[in-house]
Design a protein around this ligand. Structure first.
Ligand code: SAH
Length: 371
């Protein structure tokens, strides 16, 4: 295990605020902006509304904030000086502060961010071939209580604002200009679809060619299965959907994921059948493999039957353990047997390579604490 804690003086640590105060109370933005609303919480529509009669000014500010990532109104050089001053007197450009940065032996990096009110969320950078994925959190903690997930043990504190979500992508983009950040997954802490308006706003800013410029096919929101929100999702965003299925019968699923009692499998699968997407897109079905619970060949066969008529691809996630957890990962051979059943089906299947386990940065291992 190779864990490296980077001192706060790295470029990312200072990305939000200029040099963060060492050893003082954490202040998320400089004193000039303290107490002002965060302009990063505004989407294009909201920003246009700030400039009566001159909506193009809103577009300019939007581009500066989300494409160019400026952190000072004075850097918005195509705005008149008095307008920059007016904005600075009314708004902060408030980024969270990096309070911990760990690098895994496999190159995965986990960041803990302190938000304006001191809450902490985590976010993960995952190196892929020639590019990076960013895994963002959408809530402080989580209320869903899934038994296999470490975040669940921490309970729910609050929703993240759109700016707090988008910052988790803007900060690494700014700190590592040499890297290509091509994918964003809402698979960190929290249940994104229970923070619906803020997640939709953030996903749309991320996927906007005039915003953060991540391809809309590469922004994916993952849900434990909030059926009414799945139904409205394709109307509100072109981001992709992932669903954590994790079991093939109601009894097992309700045991693992209490939300299943509210939205049982039949309702969830019906919503996925009706999910409207462009022709070549697929819903990602995530399936955490738990030894002796849901990892048998018979479960794989039932999964194939359940997914009939749903345009899905399957992502198998061998369980990642965490201290005190009651489950184990299946043997690799059992994972391959499960996979083989899906290979024989119409569905594309992938075993998710787990990265960042040594820093508790893999799926279901985010606890949002400062180690
Ligand atoms: N709440 C959303 C977003 C979290 S995504 C959702 O449920 O989809 C996190 C993914 O990791 C989910 O697919 C979840 O089922 C999976 N997961 C949670 N804990 C895990 C663990 N310990 N090992 C492997 N995967 C886990």
């Amino acid at each position: 295990m190779k864990v490296r804690t980077i001192p706060k003086t790295t470029s990312l640590a200072t990305a939000g605020t200029g040099a963060p105060p060492q050893g003082r109370a954490r202040i998320p933005w400089d004193a000039a902006g303290a107490g002002l609303p965060n302009i990063l919480d505004m989407d294009k529509h909201g920003l246009r509304g700030l400039f009566a009669g001159e909506p193009y000014r809103g577009d300019q500010v939007y581009g500066w904030l989300f494409s160019k990532g400026v952190q000072d109104f004075n850097d918005m050089t195509d705005l008149p000086k008095d307008l920059r001053a007016r904005l600075a007197s009314q708004w902060a450009i408030a980024y969270p502060e990096v309070v911990s940065h760990k690098v895994s032996a496999d190159g995965t990096e986990k960041f803990a961010y302190a938000l304006a009110d001191g809450c902490i969320v985590e976010s993960v950078l995952i190196p892929e071939k020639g590019h990076y994925s960013v895994c963002v959190s959408s809530q402080v903690g989580c209320a869903m209580g899934c038994r296999f997930c470490l975040t669940a043990t921490r309970g729910f504190t609050r929703n993240l604002s759109p700016g707090e979500i988008v910052s988790q992508v803007l900060m690494p983009i700014r700190a590592y200009p040499e890297r290509r950040f091509t994918n964003v997954v809402f698979m960190g802490m929290g249940e994104p679809l229970l923070n619906y308006p803020n997640v939709i706003k953030a996903a749309n800013i991320l996927a906007d060619p005039a915003g953060v410029q991540i391809s809309k096919r590469r922004v994916t929101v993952s849900t434990c299965g909030i059926v009414p929100a799945i139904e409205t999702f394709p109307r509100d965003t072109e981001a992709g959907l992932a669903v954590s299925l994790n079991a093939t019968d109601d009894e097992t699923r309700s045991f693992l994921m209490p939300i299943n009692k509210k939205y049982p499998l039949a309702d969830l699968l019906a919503a996925l059948k009706g999910f409207d997407m462009p022709r070549r897109r697929r819903i990602t079905v995530e399936y955490v493999l738990l030894k002796g619970v849901n990892d048998g060949v018979e479960h794989a066969r039932r999964l194939v039957r359940l997914l009939h008529g749903i345009r899905a691809k399957v992502n198998l996630i061998p369980f990642n353990p965490w201290p005190g957890c009651p489950f184990e990962a299946p043997e690799p051979s059992r994972v391959l047997e499960f996979e083989a059943v899906l290979r024989d089906s119409p569905f594309t299947v992938m075993i998710r390579k787990e990265k960042g386990k040594d820093i508790l940065g893999a799926c279901g291992q985010l606890a949002g604490g400062i180690p």
